[in-house]
Design a protein. Sequence first.
Lengths: 258, 234
Amino acid sequence: MHHTHIDRYAGLESPIHALDSRAKLVAVLAFVILVVLTPNGWFLTFGLYALLVGAAMAVSKVPCGYILKRSLTILPFALAVSIFIPFITPGNALWTFHFGLFSAQLTDTGLVKFFSLSLKALLSFFATITLVATTPFGDLMKAAGALGMPSRMVVVLSFMYRYLFIIIDEASHMILARDLRGAGKKSILLASGGIVGALLVRSFEHAEKLYYAMLLRGYTGKPVTLHSSHLHLRDIVITVVFFTCSLAGLILGKFLYA
Amino acid sequence: MPESCIAFNDFSYTYEDGACALSGVTFSISRGESVGLIGHNGSGKSTLLMHTVGILEPDSRVIVSGLPVTRENLKTIRRRVGYVFQNPRDQLFMSTVAEDVAFGPLNMGMPPAEALRAAEKALSLVGLDGFGERTPYHLSGGEMRRASIATVLSTSPFIVVMDEPSSGLDPRAKRELALLIRSLTCTRLISSHDLDFIRDCTDRIILLNHGRIVADGPAGEILGDRALLEENGL
């Protein structure tokens, strides 16, 4: 079965795809930190950040619809955190609601904070999704390893990704088998429990065999790789320029708002 | 390199739950032989194969490549034996075919450029030239099987052990795999209950029934004895 969900656009050719994955990871991490550090209400700065991310998205050739759709799946989590902020932040009341004995006030500072937080979340999502969409998962893991992520964690994440497809395959086969045997509403619940249990046992079995397969081929715990990637001057220049532009936005905000 | 490549001396094995998997198994395989291990489901084929590389429990009654299978010898033995699992998905775990095939050589300390050459050579040997950059889980069943064989051939093993290599393959893929196994020059021990396949790729056959060897002889002789095969659940 073919699953191209995760690495669907990782094979495209664009200047963003061609960037070294370590450089991309550093650039995105630095960008997200700058976005988070930007004080609420600096909308011009946010606008500049949006221009930068937008440019990167456009150059990467990854369809904007895809990035927006992926962001929409994470946005509810951000909204769940920020939705009450307009009502609990002290400030000038714009609107007062009355629910019987209770009342709530929508404040101006609350709204500014809410929009700023939502923008920060969106900008971070866009940058991260562009990074993930333009980098094959294996390269991303290698970059994370090179930047100091513990090797065990890199190995665990890589295998999670590698075997996700197999688990999805097995789950879909079992679900099909359940449905083909005409499972009714009640038995669907029962069968689903069985499917989850069977998947757990099968993943244990896979993990055990996989570990033996690695041991038999001389695995010692140290990750090995065929391709040693080289950081080119171009990668460093683009990362530095991207970071400087983001920083310029922050400094501009400081002059405008502080 | 000693003449006898694999030897089991009165070997028995009982699983922790009390199930007796192998009992009084004695045989030896010479260098360069291609031996088929046949038997019904649950006859002990996989257990026997696993003992050649000490997966279950190292046991010195098993001699592989001149060394008793003990904890101290495991590393050397595992370098010399290429073990192909029944399910290629257990064998292929890297993000590209080339990385998977180079995994063994790299772990054995080969420099990346040399490991890549070894990988390309092994891929070409199994007829998968140009498949290096493909992702393993997008290969067909036959290609996956051949790639998993390449992952052990890249380490130039003295002995190749394969557990049910023909399972899940269509007739043509099976014939091609049998030809590939025939073309190898190293010692081969192949388990299967696919009798046509085993006839195509081995010269000698060991027949197992409930953990005991009931016959050991030339492939033509054993596969021609219908009564013997039927008696032993094949």
